[in-house]
Design a protein. Structure first.
Ligand code: ADP
Ligand code: MG
Length: 600
């Protein structure tokens, strides 16, 4: 064959092949554009595994009417001007290739309205040529529709897998971006059926619950290792979640890595995660992890591959070490809830059943629970006034002076009612939730108390009448011995005659509680002494106080009280267990409900 210049359209198709390998690559590029445009809501509708239709709508900045055609030109971008800009790149796109490539291999139509302009623009692009441009009324944002993908590249069409495979790839892509951008609401539909929906709360935990379900999310441990800033060291921050060893899989596909908000595949860093579980997982088993790696942009080259799934680190060892350490620390420190259980065992006996900590195993909820008798009990208890709980947002969980509001760790739950005056029935995005009111309140109080304690500002309340409490001399001795610890927690006592103490101040939380009961409980805890491996004495005292102050099982709560309690639980760091390690929530997914009722 003699040498000839390729035609423009062949060049375009070859170049497009680099960016657009399959329908999921189109979704990826369009999602990146939406995110770069600052969208807070992104809707992806897919038909026929993406071959027939891909439509991505966003509420981002939109494109100015005068720039619409240019957006489809190759190497036209609003995100990069100079090669040095690559070093400070914070956007996902920068090559200015995606729209050009996609429109070379599919029928594209675009509707967009820039947020500073009054009229929007609609345009069609086929075979790289723009047609039918017209002004339209549209809300700010962009809708891009891609139809008949690869209609003009039969070779590529042949290589596409079954619709189900392409669907799966698309779902993976959308899930990845939902994880990387928890502040954005994502919705994905395949052939009109919604398969993914995130709520955009900004909490990674919320997205993870959507993705993994409660059952698995319960086994995820938080990883939080901010970058160490030291001269000559690459600062690498590592955040996210990694599974406790009891949640694992037969392959590595659930180890998901993000570098500066970009999903990447990197076998070395993946190996660092696996290494962190050394001796904790059997051979051939791999953890589940979602990790956000933050690194200065100039420490990472994202310009390795057109689809940008690979990156090159300037100092790969630093990244490897940071990830391995961060995950290891999380796993070692948090993965042994049984230790807390043991601490609890002494006074109240072991938790009824360790198996019952298995959330979501609905078979374990005794369905033959004698509801009537529970109701009777409730009515009796109703005679006592239920303490009013602070309403929804009035009481924020204490935090640093200007600290941000605690992130949500549970999906938004709507209270439906109360069962047996002990359990709150709530509805969430993925089914029904049963909350143990006592355990949940214990958790809330515990975290409030610990936050104040950590900030060294115990919620102390002076007692005016200086109540006295009668105790045995040895008990008084014990209280003396631990006077410092007790005072740090807000409980100040003074000897007052033999076997008597006077209460000078109490933690505000227990101001209304019976001092005899609280102090009696604390004394019996102190008397037990710390056994090796048990938590600090302060921790034990706080747990005791919380247990005594928390609403009890059998206490009738008003709707507002329940909603207030749930709102606070939603922002606890570890909402799924009480401070003693017992579960606070049972979850029955919509799927399970359907199955139980024989609808599936
Ligand atoms: P890149 O993202 O690398 O800049 P693209 O071809 O993906 O290249 O997009 C070209 C340009 O079109 C972008 O730089 C951006 O200015 C504009 N653009 C594309 N999609 C959107 C969108 N959803 N919202 C706003 N602007 C967009
Ligand atoms: Mg782009």
């Amino acid at each position: 064959m003699k040498i000839e210049r390729l035609t423009e359209s062949v060049v375009a198709k070859i170049a497009a092949g680099e960016v657009v390998e399959r329908p999921a690559s189109v979704v990826k590029e369009l999602l990146e554009n939406a995110i770069d445009a600052g969208a807070t809501e992104v809707h992806v509708a897919v038909g026929g595994g993406g071959r027939r239709l891909i439509r991505v709508s966003d509420n981002g900045s939109g494109i100015r009417a005068g720039e619409v055609e240019l957006a489809f030109a190759r190497h036209a971008t609003s995100k990069l001007r100079d090669i040095d800009d690559l070093d400070t790149m914070r956007t996902l796109g920068f090559r200015g290739e995606a729209l050009a490539s996609i429109s070379a291999v599919g029928h594209v139509s675009l509707m967009t309205c820039h947020r500073d302009e009054t009229a929007g623009t609609q345009i069609r692009v086929e075979g790289g040529r723009t047609t039918n441009k017209k002004a339209v009324g549209a809300p700010a944002g962009t809708v891009i529709t891609v139809e008949n993908l690869f209609y003009n590249v039969p070779a590529r069409l042949k290589f596409l897998k079954a619709d189900t495979t392409e669907k799966r790839h698309i779902t993976t892509v959308v899930t990845n971006y939902a994880l990387a951008y928890p502040g954005v609401r994502f919705r994905l539909e395949h052939d009109g059926r919604e398969v993914l929906h995130t709520n955009g709360t900004g909490a990674l935990a919320d997205v993870l619950v959507t993705m993994l379900g409660y059952e698995d999310f319960k086994h995820m441990l938080e990883v939080d290792a901010p970058a160490e800033v030291r001269a000559g060291r690459t600062p690498v921050g590592v955040y996210g979640y990694a599974s406790a060893p009891d949640l694992n899989r037969g392959d590595r596909t659930r180890i998901m890595l993000f570098v500066n908000g970009r999903w990447v595949q990197d076998s070395k860093v993946t190996y660092a995660v696996i290494q962190a579980y050394h001796s904790l997982l059997m051979n051939g088993r791999y953890p589940v992890a979602v990790l956000m790696i933050d690194i200065p942009p100039d420490e990472v080259d994202v310009n390795v591959h057109p689809t940008k799934a690979e990156v090159r680190f300037r100092n790969p060892d630093a990244v490897f070490t940071a990830v391995q350490r961060a995950v290891r620390k999380a796993v070692i420190e948090q993965a042994e809830p049984t230790r807390e259980m043991r601490g609890f065992g002494g006074a109240d006996g072991p938790p009824e059943s360790m198996a019952s900590t298995n959330l979501g195993r609905v078979e374990q909820v005794p369905l033959n629970m004698p509801l009537e008798s529970a109701g009777q009990y409730a009515r009796q208890r109703d005679l006592y006034a239920a303490p009013t709980l602070p309403d929804d947002d009035d009481i924020a969980i204490p935090e640093g002076p200007d600290g941000p509001r605690r992130p949500r760790t549970l999906p938004l739950l709507r209270v439906v009612g109360q069962v047996g005056a002990s359990y709150i029935v709530a509805e969430g995005p993925s089914g029904m939730y049963l909350v143990d009111q006592h355990a949940a309140h214990e958790r809330i109080l515990y975290e409030q108390f610990m936050a104040a304690y950590a900030a060294q500002e115990p919620m102390r309340q002076m007692t005016l009448d200086g109540q006295t409490v009668q105790l045995s001399p040895s008990d008084v001795g014990l209280l003396h011995e631990f006077a410092d610890e007790l005072s740090a927690l807000g409980l100040e006592l003074e000897s007052f005659g033999p076997g008597m103490v006077k209460v000078l101040s109490v933690p505000a939380m227990i101001a209304d509680a019976d001092p005899h009961a609280v102090i009696g409980g604390i004394v019996s805890d102190l008397a037990r002494g710390a056994s090796p491996g048990e938590q600090a004495i302060e921790d034990r005292i706080v747990k005791r106080i919380c247990k005594q102050v928390a609403v009890k099982a059998g206490q009738v709560l008003s709707h507002e009280e329940m909603q207030g309690l749930i709102r606070q639980l939603e922002r606890c760091e570890s909402p799924q267990t009480c401070p003693h390690g017992r579960p606070t929530i049972l979850h029955m997914s919509s799927d399970q409900l359907a199955r139980e009722f024989g609808r599936k």
